[in-house]
Design a protein around this ligand. Sequence first.
Ligand code: GTP
Ligand code: MG
Length: 312
Amino acid sequence: MGMFDNFNFSKLKEGLSKTRNKIINTISETISGKAVIDDKTLDEIEEILITADIGFDTAVRIIENTRINLKSEKDRSELNILDTVKKELVSVFDFQSFAGDEINLNKFRPYVILIVGINGVGKTTTIGKLAYNFRRAGLKVIVGAADTFRAAAVEQLEIWAKRANVDIVQNKKGTDPSSVAFETVQRAIKENYDIVLIDTAGRLHNKSHLMDELGKIKRSIKKMLPYAPNDTYLVLDGNTGQNAIIQSEEFSKVTDITGLIVTKLDGTAKGGVIFQISSKQKIPVKYIGIGEGIDDLQTFIPEQFVNAIFDL
Ligand SMILES: Nc1nc2c(ncn2[C@@H]2O[C@H](COP(=O)(O)OP(=O)(O)OP(=O)(O)O)[C@@H](O)[C@H]2O)c(=O)[nH]1
Ligand SMILES: [Mg+2]
């Protein structure tokens, strides 16, 4: 396991209850009582997976493989079908080998993480949760309030820094965000911090302005620390389903996204979207948000995620 002590299966299960209802309960209803699952039923399962935001291509592939694996109709018991679909879903994440929280501090200290995403997806909240996790893992953490476009944004990060008991670098509203990022990294080097988390603005005048600003922030971090940022995490709101996919495509075009953080999986039935993003984009999902509290961020573990969805 990784460095964070943030995994709790029953909480994950509870957080994913709406997604579970959408995927598993409907599949169970479709197949229960059927001694043998025929091709028509497999088609119905495929349909359920598609409507559960798992995505057309992924759903088709899962059902294709299920057909191949369970060639004879005798094998197609309810248990076998669920087991095979489960394995196929886990295998969507085969490309991502590391847990989100495994970082090489011997090589990179300070380790700099830039948090990006459109407005309202949960960036600032996630930084608070991450800071808390890193601090609890025994690391010295500093956060940089590089969302300088709203005064409230800085205050919000300040509250989270207090909660997580970590330090913060902030400037007055209207300061250049890249200068805040620069100062945060500068202070991290001078005062021997382990982890730097940089918050950024989600809403600027327009999309190209937002992307330009991110480029500037990255360049100013690099001026101070050429190997940084070590990671750029894109935060996506799990509620938004298909829009999350568009956002991950658009951000990937302009900047190198090293990981995804999918928030608000509690209270949405669209959690299946994680499978779609991963099979399309092949960007590792690092963490998931399952609530508004400081300990509601979990390291994403594919098997456990699928288990939590299938555990009735
Ligand atoms: N239920 C739930 N709410 C969340 C989660 N993560 C964030 N939120 C809520 O989402 C709202 C927006 O979160 P912020 O952290 O302010 O989002 P942001 O991306 O920083 O927003 P901007 O700074 O405006 O771009 C807040 O009300 C959070 O409490 C989560 O995992 N679950
Ligand atoms: Mg914010």
